[in-house]
Design a binder for this molecule. Structure first.
Ligand SMILES: *Cc1c(COP(=O)(O)O)cnc(C)c1O
Length: 231
């Protein structure tokens, strides 16, 4: 993994970054009248080397998020052997031809957003004999360039996925538009999850996780505030 031609990157800031984020999560939970353990911190280690993950593991972080299945497959299986409590979320757009690899290595796939991907995941679950938890990603801003099921189709798609995957459909995920107030989008997703009796709400990133917690996020996905800027 390590390219010796490149100076080793220093990840000594990770413990302090994690502590600061955990403190802010606790404070946001307190302000919202929620228990701090109601929110799971997903440390988004995409683009960072395995050393970054090791630095986080060393201070008790066990839940990680990666965008690319291929990248996750190079970092996680070896670490998981030594850290059985480790959990991996796949949080980035998933091609159907990567569904089987995702089902093999993920504990949660946050990005189920179209019928063809549901087919591929169902097929992969059969073949692998392994069932990660699943979240339906909703394109809450109905943005042309973004992944996620359009809001108009969300209720029908969620109901179909619940019927198909039974208890494995755990909840919903969203990435609100970069501009503007994310709060109405978080509120929309929370109401949608409640309509369907779904308990997991994966919403909130480095820039908006306190707002997401105020709106009921159970999982916040945070990269930059922990690991620093990505190249
Ligand atoms: C990269 C990414 C994150 C983390 O974003 P930060 O702003 O670095 O905290 C969260 N969710 C998804 C889906 C991402 O792709």
């Amino acid at each position: 993994m390590t390219d010796l031609a490149v100076a080793p990157t220093d990840y000594s800031h990770v413990p302090a970054g994690l502590r600061a984020v955990r403190d802010r999560i606790d404070a946001a939970c307190g302000a919202a009248g929620r228990a701090a353990h109601a929110v799971t911190l997903v440390a988004v280690s995409k683009t960072h080397p395995v050393e970054a993950v090791i630095a986080a593991l060393a201070v008790g972080q066990t839940v990680f998020g990666e965008n690319r299945v291929q990248e996750a497959a190079t970092k996680f299986p070896a670490l998981r052997a030594a850290h059985p409590a480790m959990r991996l979320h796949i949080i980035g757009g998933l091609q159907t031809n990567k569904a089987r690899d995702a089902v093999r290595i993920a504990d949660m796939i946050d990005v189920l957003d179209r019928p063809k991907l549901a087919d591929a995941i169902a097929d992969a679950i059969q073949r692998e004999g392994r069932s990660p938890d699943l979240l339906v990603q909703v394109n809450v801003g109905d943005e042309a360039q973004k992944a996620g099921i359009p809001t108009a189709d969300a209720d029908a798609f969620i109901a179909a996925c619940q019927a198909r995957f039974d208890g494995r459909l755990a909840g919903l995920m969203c990435i609100p538009p970069a501009d503007g107030d994310p709060a109405p989008h978080f509120a929309w997703l929370a109401a949608c999850a409640a309509r369907h009796g779904l308990g997991v709400l994966s919403m909130g990133m480095s820039g908006d996780y306190e707002i997401a917690i105020a709106h009921g996020a159970t999982h916040v996905r945070i990269g930059t505030a922990i690991f620093g800027r990505r190249d």
